[in-house]
Design a protein around this ligand. Structure first.
Ligand SMILES: [Zn+2]
Length: 108
């Protein structure tokens, strides 16, 4: 199997995923405590019409965790578009380590 990420790169991506997950977990805890975190969720791009903020945050956390698991497991699907399999490229992954769609297949 082709090695796509060397160890320092994988570690860097893993940390980015952990940070994002931690941010989302904090938002969820705040929401459960009755705090308003809609603006923060919107800034992260997670607010969806018809979805409660808590649901949006939980979905986002699930998604980040799923990507982290792929990376840690050395699963080749990590860093590729879920739809077409295109390699998302290191620049995109360093920006959004949890990305799972190429530009063409990004739901907007
Ligand atoms: Zn795609």
């Amino acid at each position: 199997m082709e090695i796509r990420f060397d160890d320092p790169t994988r570690e860097r991506l893993r940390r980015r995923l952990l940070q994002r997950g931690s941010t989302l977990a904090t938002i969820i805890a705040d929401l459960l405590a009755g705090k308003d975190r809609e603006r923060q969720l919107a800034a992260l791009g997670y607010l969806r019409p018809g979805l409660r903020p808590e649901e949006a945050a939980r979905n986002a956390l699930d998604q980040v965790e799923a990507r982290r698991r792929l990376l840690v497991d050395g699963d080749d699907r990590y860093g590729r578009c879920d739809i077409c399999g295109t390699d998302l490229g290191m620049l995109s992954l360093f920006e959004m380590a949890w990305a799972d769609r190429c530009h063409t297949h990004t739901a907007s």
